[in-house]
Design a protein around this ligand. Structure first.
Ligand SMILES: *Cc1c(COP(=O)(O)O)cnc(C)c1O
Length: 447
């Protein structure tokens, strides 16, 4: 295919997500054509290391033989059949497997296609749960400032990023917002300390003690990723679990970004021994191959929806492609690869290497902060390090740095002026070092 023509049609017909199209159309963009392992090639034959795992979802690399085979084999049987009142083989096997590997107590799996839907479903189920239990007046969610749970209206309602969500304020349902733990801790305590954690937990407890209308607490697991990689103080999630239990409020934990090994364990909840009432999964679920998401919940929640047909207690929600056969097949293969390739075991030294090398960035004059949870990292660029003054929004400094990295064969997409590193778990040390060297060089070019 002629590269010039593709570029022309891309700019003429295709409205891209999270993209200022006026600017996009004035620039040269990457049009990807193929991938192999951690590498991607564009239509001009240039090679890039996929240092953001194709927006945080690729796990074992592109074009993985086993994942390819899973899709090919399923494709020869059937691509899609409905799960509304009927079933399919890979969706059943995957549900069983997910229950086995997620925290004890999560026993039911409801599928959808994207992370936002997984959250949307948890929100609706939690709300509906109280109705089915005959508990009246529960209609508000407790959420965190700077939260990101996806872009559908329900997910936006529980989100807290002003730039993305502010426009829609009048369309959103009621929430009570607690501060973003990272920003609060830095501001009030100077660091992510246990005192800060307890201080925040006390705030949550005050809310839950004084109100009877709270449906659920919704939060990301261990780190607010889209906000610019803002980690929680250790034990915060566990504390939230204890308090929600004490006040009989449901807990929705969004592991869409953190799930499938990103934080060093299969799920972040494991690290704090937490079983939420709802766990939302997406992104890495299919190893980055096909859109699939899942909302896991407990026997207690599931049972509240049981009744005779005429009682109309069931969950009136589903999508055309819910539990898609191809997506479930590749998700199953993705989980098998974790075992066969001992992915998490091999990841441990890479997390240590990342931690060591990130220290070098703190010395750069335009790096204001470096944050890491497991294999997820954010490097925050600032104009003035002493004053902590950011670069003006319109200057797109983060994007400029990313573009310099593209030129050197490293594909990055920042969050504003936070350079995000979310490499495929399978990446080798040499490629990791190349990514870090390149990013360090590019940031060093800033004046
Ligand atoms: C990406 C993300 C979502 C939304 O997932 P989509 O598949 O993009 O809809 C939700 N929650 C978190 C924590 C995410 O990182």
């Amino acid at each position: 295919m002629n590269p010039e023509l593709l570029d022309k049609w891309d700019k003429e017909f295709f409205w891209h997500p999270f993209t200022q199209m006026k600017v996009y159309r004035e620039e040269e963009n990457i049009i990807f054509e193929r991938g192999e392992g951690v590498y991607l090639w564009d239509i001009k034959g240039r090679r890039y290391i996929d240092a953001i795992s194709s927006l945080w979802c690729n796990v074992h690399g592109h074009n993985h033989p086993k994942l390819n085979r899973a899709i090919e084999e399923q494709l020869r049987k059937v691509a899609h059949t409905t799960t509304l009142g009927s079933s399919n083989v890979p969706a059943i096997l995957l549900a069983k497997k997910l229950v086995e590997i997620t925290p004890k107590g999560l026993t039911k799996v409801f599928y959808s296609e994207d992370g936002a839907e997984a959250v949307e479903i948890a929100i609706k189920m939690a709300y509906h749960y109280w109705k089915n239990k005959g508990v009246e007046g529960k209609d508000v969610f407790v959420t965190l400032s700077e939260a990101y749970h996806g872009d559908t209206i329900g997910a936006v309602s529980v989100g807290g990023i002003e730039l993305f969500h502010g426009t829609y304020r009048d369309l959103l349902f009621k929430t009570i917002k607690l501060p973003s733990p990272y920003l609060y801790c830095k501001r009030e305590h100077g660091e992510l300390s246990d005192t800060c954690r307890d201080d925040l937990l006390m705030k949550l407890e005050e809310v839950l003690r004084s109100r009877r209308d709270v449906v659920a607490v919704v939060l990301e697991a261990g780190i607010q990723a889209a906000a610019g990689m803002l980690p929680f103080p250790r034990g915060f999630l566990k504390g939230v679990r204890e308090i929600t239990k004490r006040y009989d409020v449901l807990l929705i934990v969004d592991e869409v970004a953190t799930g499938f090994g990103r934080t060093g364990t299969m799920f972040y909840c494991e690290q704090e021994g937490v079983t939420p009432d709802f766990m939302c999964l997406g992104k890495g679920l299919t190893g980055g191959y096909l859109p699939l998401a899942a909302t896991l919940t407990t026997e207690e929640v599931f049972n509240a929806f049981l009744g005779e047909f005429g009682e109309a207690k069931h969950f009136y929600h589903g999508h055309t492609y819910t539990g898609n056969n191809l997506a479930c097949s590749v998700a199953l293969a993705n989980l098998e690869v974790f075992e066969e390739e001992r992915t998490l075991e091999k990841l441990r030294p890479k997390i240590d290497l990342l931690r060591e090398r990130l220290k070098e960035f703190l010395d750069l004059p335009h790096v204001g902060d470096v944050r890491q949870l497991g294999f997820m990292a954010g490097i925050e660029l600032v104009k003035d390090k002493e004053k902590g003054e950011p670069f003006p929004y319109g200057e797109r400094t983060g994007f400029k740095v990313a573009r310099m990295c593209w030129e050197k064969g490293v594909f990055l997409r920042p969050l504003g002026d936070v350079m995000v590193l979310m490499m495929p778990l399978v990446i080798g040390e040499e490629d990791m070092n190349y990514v870090l060297d390149t990013l360090k060089w590019a940031i060093g070019q800033l004046r």
